[in-house]
Design a protein around this ligand. Structure first.
Ligand SMILES: *Cc1c(COP(=O)(O)O)cnc(C)c1O
Length: 357
């Protein structure tokens, strides 16, 4: 049976990427060595890293005022690393608290300096994006989570912050659509949602925001030192960087971010239209803030949830149970997911509603 992989992360990757990565485990580019066995300072790996960096710059259309880093850890590491590098002890950073991840990021930042919550959407269980922000004039930066993986909301238009640097956690919608990436001073993303294997973070940073804090930064946490070392301060997660490079290569070959957006829009439109049509399913997110990556919804009659999940399992629909603290259903539709999988899921919903409506 063909499985339909709606996992929220780690999640679906393009088949050609998996096939190439599998080959490289045995023999990387005809070298006779595994990608797991080569040194990170070999010209072989340098080429991998270089292609990854160049692809990011090309996809995001960034000029040379930006640096692209591939660093250890998940996005959670960046919750700490961002304020450590950008927020002085007496300074204030603004954080949009639109859900679980943004909330965690704000809490980490408070360990390093002052934090003002620019928007708090907990009043409606984070089912919308608050665009009217409380932004102190002297804020060191504003931090947003562009896509709220758990709650299923997404910023469809980025806030205007004037002279205040904009920082974003793009873990779950990175490379899913074109955007004005030049608006951001720092973008980070854990790779395992839409870009590759777990274990590596992409960090894109505009150089002019660095070097402004007075604290001593541990070497491995210091963006400036990673820039100086070209992401090779110590052994990077070689295989994870390699898989990201292959995914970036795949995105470019498929037509870049415009094509990713076309596919993602088609999938999300189909899913939400179906949800809105069938009364037994209840999407809770405000229409204009719905995520194109993660759709969160509930069954009107909660007692049907278990049998719906049971049916999903039987039909090979993987990863559709909602986040443990939110409940309900969550369907993740990252770049690599085919429209066909969403069609299959929608048919299943229709079928279920026909029997239980
Ligand atoms: C998954 C996720 C995280 C956490 O990532 P880790 O790599 O597990 O640290 C943070 N932010 C967002 C938006 C996410 O989707």
């Amino acid at each position: 049976m063909k499985l339909h992989n709606f996992n929220s992360g780690p999640s679906i990757l393009p088949l050609p990427v998996l096939e190439e990565a599998a080959r490289a485990i045995h023999d990387f580019n005809g070298t006779g060595l595994s990608i797991l066995e080569i040194g990170h300072r070999t010209s072989w790996f340098q080429e991998v890293l270089q292609e990854a960096v160049t692809s990011v710059k090309q996809l995001m259309q960034l000029d040379d005022s930006y640096e692209v880093l591939f660093l250890h850890g998940g996005a959670t590491t960046q919750f700490m690393q961002v304020p450590m590098n950008l927020l002085d002890e007496k300074a204030t950073a603004a954080y949009a608290d639109n859900g679980i991840w943004g909330n965690k990021a704000a809490k980490e930042a408070a360990l390093f300096g002052n934090v003002v919550i620019a928007a708090d959407t907990s009043d409606r269980k984070h089912t919308y994006i608050k665009k009217d922000l409380n932004l102190p004039e002297n804020a060191a930066y504003l931090h947003i989570t562009t896509n709220n993986t758990v709650e299923g909301t997404q910023w469809h238009e980025y806030p205007d912050t004037g002279n205040i640097p904009l920082v974003a956690d793009m873990s779950s919608d990175i490379f899913s659509r074109p955007a004005d990436f030049g608006k951001f001073s720092l973008i980070y993303a854990g790779a395992q949602k839409n870009m590759g294997a777990a274990g590596v973070n992409l960090v894109v940073v505009k150089k002019d925001v660095l070097g402004k804090v007075s604290r001593k930064i541990p070497t491995i946490m210091d963006y400036s030192k990673h820039i100086a070392a070209g992401s090779l301060m110590n052994t990077p997660p070689v295989f994870a960087v390699y898989v990201s490079m292959l995914t970036l290569r795949w995105i470019l070959a498929e037509g870049g971010l415009t094509e990713m957006e076309r596919r993602n829009t088609a999938k999300a439109d189909l899913l939400y239209n179906t949800l809105d049509r069938i009364p037994i399913f209840k999407p809770t997110v405000a229409k204009e803030d719905r995520s194109y990556m993660n759709a969160v919804f509930f069954l009107e009659n909660q007692s049907l949830e278990e049998s719906f999940l049971e049916l999903c399992k039987k039909e090979g629909m993987v990863g559709v149970k909602g986040y443990r603290t939110v409940g309900g259903i969550r369907v993740s539709m990252y770049n690599a997911l085919d429209l066909e999988s969403v069609q299959a899921f929608c048919s299943l919903m229709e079928h279920f509603a026909g029997k239980n409506g």
